[in-house]
Design a protein around this ligand. Structure first.
Ligand code: FES
Length: 226
C-alpha cells in the first residue's frame, strides 16, 4: 500500500504498485474529460477503476477515491451505495453476471442462470467456497442482439450463451483463470484480508432480491459443489 499525507492525516492507497499504475492512468484519462475545476465529475469513473482493480469497493478504496478527487468521503459513499453496479463486498475471482432483462429473459436467461447456479453450486449473490466464482443477476448489458448474454469481471462478454457454451466457459475459467477474457485487469486472487463484516449491507440486486454478494457460509448453506 502507498501512503499519502493529507492535512487530515494519512490516506493509504489500497492498490499494489501495478494496480496503482493502471488506476492512475485511468483516472488521468477520466479527469481530462472535464474542465479542471470539475475534476469531481470523474467520481463514477474513479469508482469503476477502483472496482476493476479490487473486485469491490472497500472502505479504504472509497476513502482513497475521495482523497484523489478532493470529494468528501461521505459523498463517495453515497454514490457507491446508491448504484447497484458498485459492489460493497468481495466477489469471486471470476464474477459472472447473467443478464435478466427482457431480451435475454425471452431467449432463456432463466435457464442460463439456473445452469450456472447448478454448475457452481451457488445462488445469485453468493461466492463459491474456494473464492473463485461469484454469481449475480444483472440488468441489460447492451448486448441484446446476442441474447442471452453473460459478462465476466466487467470486461468479457459472452453472447448467445447455451448450456454447452456455459459449461465450456466455466471449465475454461476453472482450468485457466483469465482464459477467454477480454483485455482488462487480470482476474484477482481471493482477498484473504477482506473483512466482510466491516462493510455495510449492500443493496439488493437481481430478481431474487439477494444481497449483492454473500459467501455460501454467510448464507448458512451447505458446502458448495466443486
Ligand atoms: S436484455 Fe440482455 S443484454 Fe440487453
Amino acid at each position: 500500500m502507498i501512503s499519502l499525507g493529507t492535512q487530515a492525516g494519512t490516506v493509504e492507497s489500497p492498490f499494489t504498485p501495478e494496480q496503482q499504475q493502471r488506476f492512475d492512468a485511468g483516472l488521468d484519462r477520466a479527469i481530462a474529460r472535464y474542465p479542471s475545476e470539475r475534476r469531481k465529475a470523474a467520481l463514477l469513473a474513479a469508482l469503476h477503476l477502483a472496482q476493476d482493480e479490487l473486485g469491490w469497493l472497500s472502505e479504504p478504496a472509497m476513502a482513497y477515491v475521495a482523497f484523489r478527487l478532493d470529494v468528501p468521503p461521505v459523498r463517495v459513499r453515497e454514490v457507491a451505495t446508491f448504484y447497484t453496479m458498485y459492489r460493497l463486498r468481495p466477489v469471486g475471482r471470476h464474477h459472472i453476471g447473467v443478464c435478466n432483462s427482457i431480451s435475454c429473459w425471452a431467449m432463456g436467461a432463466e435457464d442460463v442462470l439456473r445452469q450456472c447456479s447448478e454448475i457452481l453450486g451457488i445462488r445469485p449473490g453468493e461466492t463459491s467456497g474456494d473464492g473463485h466464482f461469484s454469481l449475480e443477476e444483472v440488468a441489460c448489458l447492451a448486448a441484446c442482439g446476442g441474447a442471452p448474454a453473460v459478462l465476466v469481471n466487467n470486461y468479457a462478454f459472452f453472447e448467445n450463451v447455451t448450456a454447452d457454451s456455459l459449461k465450456a466457459l466455466i471449465r475454461d475459467l476453472r482450468e485457466q483463470p483469465g482464459k477467454a477474457m477480454a483485455k482488462g485487469p487480470l482476474p484477482r486472487l481471493p482477498d484473504p484480508h477482506a473483512r466482510i463484516e466491516s462493510q455495510s449491507a449492500p443493496q439488493a440486486t437481481g430478481t431474487l432480491g439477494q444481497p449483492a454478494v454473500t459467501t455460501r457460509a454467510e448464507a448458512g448453506s451447505a458446502e458448495p459443489k466443486r
